[in-house]
Unconditional design. Sequence first.
Lengths: 335, 335, 335, 335, 335, 335
Amino acid sequence: MISTPEEIRLALPSKGRLTEPALALLADAGLPVYKPNPRQYKATIPNLPGLAVIFQRPGDIVVSVRDGSVDFGLTGWDVVAERRGANGEILALHPALGFGNCSLQVIVPETWEPVNRVSDLLGVRQQLARPLRVATKFPNLTAQFLGERGLQDSELISSEGTLEIAPDIGYADLIIDLVSTGTTLRDNRLKQLEDGQILTSQACLVANHASLKSKPEVLGIARQLLEFIVAHLRATENVSIFANIRGDTPESIARRMFTQRLIGGLQGPTLSPVITRQGEKWYAAHLIVRKDQLVEAIAELRQIGGSGVVVTPVKFIFEEEPEEYRQMLARLEAP
Amino acid sequence: MISTPEEIRLALPSKGRLTEPALALLADAGLPVYKPNPRQYKATIPNLPGLAVIFQRPGDIVVSVRDGSVDFGLTGWDVVAERRGANGEILALHPALGFGNCSLQVIVPETWEPVNRVSDLLGVRQQLARPLRVATKFPNLTAQFLGERGLQDSELISSEGTLEIAPDIGYADLIIDLVSTGTTLRDNRLKQLEDGQILTSQACLVANHASLKSKPEVLGIARQLLEFIVAHLRATENVSIFANIRGDTPESIARRMFTQRLIGGLQGPTLSPVITRQGEKWYAAHLIVRKDQLVEAIAELRQIGGSGVVVTPVKFIFEEEPEEYRQMLARLEAP
Amino acid sequence: MISTPEEIRLALPSKGRLTEPALALLADAGLPVYKPNPRQYKATIPNLPGLAVIFQRPGDIVVSVRDGSVDFGLTGWDVVAERRGANGEILALHPALGFGNCSLQVIVPETWEPVNRVSDLLGVRQQLARPLRVATKFPNLTAQFLGERGLQDSELISSEGTLEIAPDIGYADLIIDLVSTGTTLRDNRLKQLEDGQILTSQACLVANHASLKSKPEVLGIARQLLEFIVAHLRATENVSIFANIRGDTPESIARRMFTQRLIGGLQGPTLSPVITRQGEKWYAAHLIVRKDQLVEAIAELRQIGGSGVVVTPVKFIFEEEPEEYRQMLARLEAP
Amino acid sequence: MISTPEEIRLALPSKGRLTEPALALLADAGLPVYKPNPRQYKATIPNLPGLAVIFQRPGDIVVSVRDGSVDFGLTGWDVVAERRGANGEILALHPALGFGNCSLQVIVPETWEPVNRVSDLLGVRQQLARPLRVATKFPNLTAQFLGERGLQDSELISSEGTLEIAPDIGYADLIIDLVSTGTTLRDNRLKQLEDGQILTSQACLVANHASLKSKPEVLGIARQLLEFIVAHLRATENVSIFANIRGDTPESIARRMFTQRLIGGLQGPTLSPVITRQGEKWYAAHLIVRKDQLVEAIAELRQIGGSGVVVTPVKFIFEEEPEEYRQMLARLEAP
Amino acid sequence: MISTPEEIRLALPSKGRLTEPALALLADAGLPVYKPNPRQYKATIPNLPGLAVIFQRPGDIVVSVRDGSVDFGLTGWDVVAERRGANGEILALHPALGFGNCSLQVIVPETWEPVNRVSDLLGVRQQLARPLRVATKFPNLTAQFLGERGLQDSELISSEGTLEIAPDIGYADLIIDLVSTGTTLRDNRLKQLEDGQILTSQACLVANHASLKSKPEVLGIARQLLEFIVAHLRATENVSIFANIRGDTPESIARRMFTQRLIGGLQGPTLSPVITRQGEKWYAAHLIVRKDQLVEAIAELRQIGGSGVVVTPVKFIFEEEPEEYRQMLARLEAP
Amino acid sequence: MISTPEEIRLALPSKGRLTEPALALLADAGLPVYKPNPRQYKATIPNLPGLAVIFQRPGDIVVSVRDGSVDFGLTGWDVVAERRGANGEILALHPALGFGNCSLQVIVPETWEPVNRVSDLLGVRQQLARPLRVATKFPNLTAQFLGERGLQDSELISSEGTLEIAPDIGYADLIIDLVSTGTTLRDNRLKQLEDGQILTSQACLVANHASLKSKPEVLGIARQLLEFIVAHLRATENVSIFANIRGDTPESIARRMFTQRLIGGLQGPTLSPVITRQGEKWYAAHLIVRKDQLVEAIAELRQIGGSGVVVTPVKFIFEEEPEEYRQMLARLEAP
């Protein structure tokens, strides 16, 4: 009557700040998600035919991957750390997908002027003559952190709503919450402690260990996800450049390029002849340059006589088999 | 540094299906909430000057009232039952405000055709040869109910998101969740069990026991809240009627009215003379009638010669001191 | 396998300018519609327990009432006239519910300067040397009207979309469409013809003739709908007035009131004694006045020494059995 | 070619915090505005047939009334004070319509800790060794105020956008701006000066002096507007009460009522006999009570044996000709 | 007075699921539509200066192209099939633009359990002892299909609204409607018949036959539309790849590539020398690969010693004159 | 207490038609703006670390750049011309960013049929026997223009709201306002005068003269902004083409290309050998072509035997140091 699912499943965040960037990452990595109906919580990735996509809340994704009801999950590292449990079933395929950055912080009212470090909280606790009341949505991480800092008697209070208002309405003395830009803290007249960072987090890709180990088709999906995501992330950091450079031979041009820091490259440029009307000798150089070094690379090219520098975006850069995939295999084979 | 709040506080639901009706109830009861800024979580009731209003999630309201950080809370009975704790600090001032009706139900997939009663779940458990996995947001009520029905080994799974999709995606075998209209169940191909109702709920007004007992101004606010809410709820069920009835004397008209079921009333109508052009004898009768008996009352009036029946709405009906207020006083004085 | 519905049904407009006022009318008439779920097309009227409400497009409502799949329909007179057919099954219970006013008009481009009357279209037809191309959503009414005006050879063109753009894009030469405020015409540089009004329309209540005749419970619902709607519409046009007037006896005050146009009334005012501190003789007059004569009535009251004029709204005014109900019964009994 | 408008015109605020309450005030005063098309800036008040309504920005309304292109304007007192000019053409019909409350304040950054009074600004000016740069949308009121406080050399800077960010981005040193709740100030880390209030404002009704004086039909509209608005505003502060009181004669009941503070009234209650089944002597008292004294009035009624207190809202209370109208006539006749 | 339009016109869907993808297709094909005003139904394509764009409902587009009031239409094949008429004036330029996929299906209630094929409807018809009542928006296609299946006596019922509710409210027995994902059917507890597919459809580009034949400038626009759309659609299926491959000569590298399935290509790769620091022999290969074979192509490149595989998107791939254009010319010249 | 800002600042338009395209321009130019919080008016450009972004209204941006409180501003040329003042502090870095096109026009009612040129306004003024009343948001440009045309006695009227309604409501006789598409004019029944264009405008980049001259880091930012914006704008007008062309030698192919108008180019194509299976001689040509000449260039390529033409977009084209940068330097060094 109750059947075990046979399909391979990827859980994506159903709501909140991770949803849009997660869908965009997959689309940009050549794996767009097709959701036939906005009210539905199920979807497919037409380019990964064996895989079903479901949408869940970020924390529920961790539970699902831990229990094996889904095979892959794209969620925040914060909830993975909080809810991954001790059974070792959650394996991080890619720990840093480049979005959803935030950190878990100890946060107190601005009016607590002398309280700026975690150790100052010991004084507050003494002054109050009762355990601190700490509202948080991360009880496991919070209990461990407060325990290590001598505040193991604190009372943890869960909340369904916005934590930032808790100190003001007396729901708690302080809060331990995620911070991304700090604007919300400032708006609510709260402040972080200088050494109160418990964790930094960003979006990550996790998988169920047993699934990967026992089902070759799950391993195959893991490889494709990693290949495309890694090649896409690498591509977003680089551009392709064509530049015309005057010179008698490819070798003489290459020598000039090798004198420069960025356009020399590790290996060397592709150089193809330009056939000119008047017969001057020009060559077209093709090279890959990091985006954040583009201005400098242009300057180097101008330096050695380059002009007509055409920059085009790249969609993927595939190097050898991704490091992340090799690491995963190693961990699967670990005893 | 950290001060105890001195203001008297009422917590209202900040979000979801209770928010709008709660604000409407107070406005209709002559106690409109003034929220200076939509982004703020604080407000006032200008007609209850000593009272501060804060907005919290329904479940957090219970925690706040239990801990005494707020004095009054308007929230759902479901979360009161789940989270009220054992310390007796939560006192129900008005248990049934007439909105937010729902019930907590055991819910299984439609495809479980032979499973229709709670006892049928024992068979499912046996067939699965493992404990049932039950997703719920009400772990206390769920654990108690399942324990009473022989399912105490069930695994309770919490969820941040929509429970209705849990069975379909394998997150849980069945769910225990609130149901109001049943439409969402039907849309997700789920069904309730015949005897699976754990609790019925509607919006209620609760207060902190110690606050009421120790602070006279809190007791004063409690009385005003109850007076106006009770008088308003009574008013919504009645209308005021003026009808012209021909007759020689008020007494003869009243006798005719006393022969009827509804317009005779407990006490009797107010009758005032109508001065007519031609000098016929008419009297204007004024009476209060229940809305759901209006059609019948009109028929009775026509029966005894009434016409020109003018119906007007009423805003409040104040009888003696409200029953709910007397009950509260009694409980406060209980040892 | 396919069953005939047993429930009694009222169809309301599912979308467009009639929906909100229709729901408001029923709510104001004491018959609020309860729609458990915004995505659903079914609802109930808790105060009319035997009746199911469904939501359909205005034109489909006419088809449903004509075929008897629903018993009552609230829709626009325009679509009733267009689609009521010849079988006499549609019976108008209330022809003028006071909203949704519009008219069906012949509309031509502003640039047709010499064309201002329907007869001018004959010249256009001659000049074009081909039949006029007329876009409309009312082919039956249009064909009949154009036939009576000598334009029976016109080509009628249906359209799924906005008719107002048809002349400009050459989809048709002219259009026959509903007009309410004329703003859309002006925006699209179109104009009505002086004598081109084919029909005026407003929201109306219709019923299936056979249903009313054969099912007593349908007749009972019809009566209740009419009683409350008629009493509500009458109430919206009147207010209740209490005024204090000085005078020795009720009769002397009434005599003064009878000299005035509005406050004399047909029958006469209710007059009750005011007991004053100083013992002057005052009476409180209670009367019903039409809203659009309120200013004048206040002036008349001031004229005869009235003051402290308190105006209250009324919810229903029930006179004798509604005229509309009697007419319906008559038509049902017609051979 | 360019004609003077013949129609009488009322300008309403087209956008912002005054629009909705202005439309609500007129609707509640029995003068609902009918706007055939949401995109249009013209409307009518069906109950005031001679009057055209146009929608303009609050400041433009003042210009229009001053120049006579519109006859009446409903706008904020702030812009009237700023832009009314010196020609005396703007006459305030009703200065306080009860909404749109705000005040014009001198506002400085929170970080200017020692600056708390206007006189402290002289020190800032000295320290800066240059005139203060003051951003404002009220240059006339600002120049006058700063001149009176010894800051006449300040540089006034206009701005199209939100003034609150001006100090932070260096656009100005301080700002003079409208403040309603103070939340926006707090969010932008700004503060008011203790004695920096330049003006308090709320919505008001103004008219063109020459129009009123020369056109009787404009005077007629002015009277109707004032009658209904004043009667409505008075009604919103009161409720109508019916209560049953046991007593032998109306006079004995009235005597008991006269002993109370609120229910004695100035004049006295209306008392009508209640005809009871058992023949006890009861009377129904009808009186008008202020809303904010309702609780106390109920207590007084219970005190003298009243019960079944039915409270109904009132729509208008017309007393004598409104004071505001008499004042207007007086000013029109002033030399 | 009424002029024939001289401009060349393309009609695009004004509303619904085709609008956004149609605009996106044209923009991606280098022909972005410029709509100066969101409220307007007219637009231009700046890169096709002689062409005016109008927005119409999908079905009206077919009528317009058929009648020649517009020259080109982008709409769904479903409405073309339903409304193209018999005059041969509609010519399909491109029958499959790759979006708007759906099918026209016979749909019955889920509760009709034994009914699963069209032939089963004959039994239903017999059981009902009356013609089937079929609601549809495609009367022509429906009549033809039902006629071929022995159900020619069915009563076709048109509807302005959502067909899916028709069986439940008794408006019709079954429906014939477009289905894309099936979610709406499931939500409404309906099902398709196994052999009930009447038509499959997607977005297509159609033109007026006479326009193309008689006006050379229309033919010119047709060619440009087809060239860019075809080159764009081909580009969306491919990517451009640059890979560095070690080898002594271009020919030896090419030989290795020709041994592989995908990277051998029909013709062969472009190979350009890479000038390296250390003097090893490397060449850069440039080739075009189908997107859905990208993973495999990368594997093949790695296989023959390729690395640094850079993938870039392509915007257009122009081959010879498009096949679709040649077919159109052939049909125009057909007798 | 009040500090001068040390950060370098760029002001972007906070609201209206320039905001989205301005953010898009910077993003497309490789300088995406990162706004941590939608409610904030501050942002950063991660790729230009020393630069702070603030959001202001377009007109306020001019004031800020003029006063030096911000260093760079991206705003409309219309407000620069109106508010730049006479102190020469505003320097135009890039006068034409390619969006926000509009013009400042003299606009009169359509009903002024004989008024079609500015000189016709003299007659209107004479006929009115009073100065023209002109509503505008550009008083400086308006006063100068009207002064040059003999209308120096016109009364200029400012307005907070939409100017287009001013003539109709009598707020002004005519208006001088920005026009982009003319649709709004037509909707309001207004028309431009034939020779009434005062100014054409588009978005531009301006800077504070003193900042550029005195701060090298501001000059550095200016160069980077110009480099990337100019290279991006050039890229948007071109595409990169790869085409396979059969031929014995690169030179023979190049000769054929030089015979063509577009694909010959100024300098010449890059030609690389294609290694074919069958050994035919093919070369791949790489060239840059203007987008608006793409169709023609494809035709030329087909003409000389090209096929498999692959078009890819380009992100930047860097030529020599931008002309705009050199001009800026020249103006800075001017005495």
